[in-house]
Design a protein around this ligand. Structure first.
Ligand code: NAD
Ligand code: G6P
Ligand code: MN
Length: 450
């Protein structure tokens, strides 16, 4: 049992993931003791449903944990050790447009990849910077564990705009896929020690060993070549819907492009964008699927608990997403030196790409944050893809900082998901119209050709 008791604020209290994370925190109090839990959101009504149900859960399972929920940043960020941040700037309403607008132009419409991810990035940057500033004002020692998307663009913005802030940008996709890998080879996820390189939602595994040093990559590769990452028994409750199953299966075609490394599932948007567009329904995208699925499930479970005044009537599920965050908080709080994939500034971790790119690589995490493990030189194909994608994301941050239409047009044009500058412009102009409330107003360069 660890001694120090922690105070945690969850930013994005009304998120579909909040209840699962709270359940995880409750189960792990021997590892990470809790004295106080707060929820913070800018949508009071949405947050209240989740918060009232959590209050009942806490009353029954951990009455000693102080609990409050608020829309006031000072109340939220005062006296906290960790901020777990998972906000969605613009909400599902805007995610739907991020997906549907590009699709209208026969371009990939996705939450974090291609033009949709860029649009979401332009909304998220300012909101995350605002959270960091609140945290530093009210609890300067606090760490932010941020998984608000698009994590890669957010991380690049933080690198440039808040380089000294205690923010760690993280993702659960590799954790989820490693769970699948461990099932394929009959081990548990914690037995695996991996080597991995790339950026967020854009990487490859080069080694999957057990603690004794046995290499399983060839065995996993043979399996993925036939089934993708689909497993016999479901091991990852988060990525279960039919569209996710198709994504796990598609990994077999990603592997075919480079059979020596195991791909992150998100590479499908870059390697097979035409296939993705053909298999998308422009009138019913993932945002709609989540609204009809996870969001309904979570909010109806919450309402059931509130109406019955007891948590016995319904259960909030604990997901893989949540366990990763508790592991990370423990690594920082207790200097565990756990090996985890993190998004960090390259600085040579990948030897033959620029030092100032935010990469995702294995790190040793302790009380000063992550220390990256070097992954050596990478092959031409991946190096080309990573450099291109990194410049796309830098152009997005540049566009946000300078309010530059030109930079954002270049970002879309450079994205591997977009076929031409002309299509990029058409998509961009529609995205600007849809995002007026959220993006800085973009200025045109004097010499731009119309
Ligand atoms: P959601 O819309 O259900 O929840 C987000 C909450 O954030 C909402 O209640 C919203 O009102 C609130 N919010 C929005 N802007 C805010 C702001 N500026 N300040 C405070 N609160 C704000 O979304 P969700 O599906 O639960 O996802 C939440 C976030 O977690 C998304 O960014 C999603 O992409 C991210 N996510 C990331 C990973 C990862 O691997 N990094 C995994 C899962 C989810
Ligand atoms: C994975 C990714 C997250 C992403 C999520 C989307 O977990 O790592 O970054 O937000 O999938 O899931 P959804 O169910 O909302 O489409
Ligand atoms: Mn992710």
């Amino acid at each position: 049992m660890n001694e120090k008791q922690h105070a945690i604020v969850i930013a994005g209290g009304g998120s579909t993931y909040t209840a699962g994370i709270v359940m995880m925190l409750l189960e792990n109090r021997d590892r990470l003791p809790l004295r106080k839990l707060k929820l913070y959101d800018n949508d009071a009504a949405r947050q209240e449903v989740i918060a009232k149900a959590i209050a009942i859960e806490l009353q029954e399972k951990a009455p000693e944990v102080e609990f409050e929920y608020t829309t006031d940043p000072q109340v939220a960020f005062t006296d906290v050790d960790f901020c777990f941040a998972h906000i969605r700037s613009g909400g599902y309403k805007m995610r739907e447009l991020d997906e549907k607008i590009p699709l209208k132009h026969h371009v990939v419409g996705q939450e974090t990849c291609g033009p949709g991810g860029i649009a979401y990035g332009m909304r998220s940057i300012g909101d995350i910077i605002e959270l960091i500033d609140y945290m530093e004002q009210y609890s300067p020692e606090c760490w932010m564990l941020n998984y608000s998307n698009p994590a890669s663009i957010v991380a690049e913005a933080c690198r440039q705009l808040r380089p000294d802030s205690k923010i760690l940008n993280i993702c659960d996709m590799p954790v989820g896929t490693q769970r699948r890998m461990s099932q394929i080879i009959g081990l548990s996820p914690k037995d695996l020690e991996v080597r991995y390189f790339g950026m967020n939602h854009f990487g490859w595994w080069t080694s999957v060993k057990d603690k004794a040093g046995h290499e399983y990559l060839p065995q996993i590769r043979d399996y993925v070549a036939e089934h993708g990452y689909l497993t016999q028994i479901e091991v990852d409750i988060q990525h279960m819907d039919a569209s996710w199953q198709a994504t796990h299966k598609k990994a077999q075609d990603l592997l075919a492009v480079d059979p020596h490394r195991l791909p992150n599932t998100y590479l499908k948007y870059y390697l097979y964008p035409d296939y993705v567009v053909e298999h998308s329904d422009p009138n019913y995208t993932r945002a709609n699927e989540v609204e009809d699925g996870r969001e309904k499930r979570v909010f109806s479970a919450a309402r059931k608990i509130i109406d019955a005044k007891t948590s016995k009537v319904g259960e909030f599920a604990i997901d893989s997403h949540a366990s990763f965050i508790v592991d990370l908080a423990c690594a920082i709080a207790y200097n565990t030196h756990e090996r985890m994939l993190m998004i960090v500034e390259n600085n040579g971790a990948i030897a033959n790409i620029d030092p100032d790119i935010m990469v995702e690589v294995p790190c040793i995490v302790g009380n000063n944050g992550p220390e990256p493990l070097t992954q050596g030189k990478i092959p031409l194909f991946q190096r080309g893809m990573i450099m291109e994608q990194a410049m796309v994301e830098k152009l997005v941050v540049q566009a946000w900082v300078n309010h530059s239409y030109q930079s954002l047009w270049q970002a879309l044009t450079l994205s591997k998901t977009v076929p031409s500058a002309e299509v990029a412009k058409a998509v961009l102009d529609d995205l600007i119209a849809a995002n007026q409330e959220y993006w800085p107003e973009l200025k045109h360069d004097e010499h731009e050709v119309h």
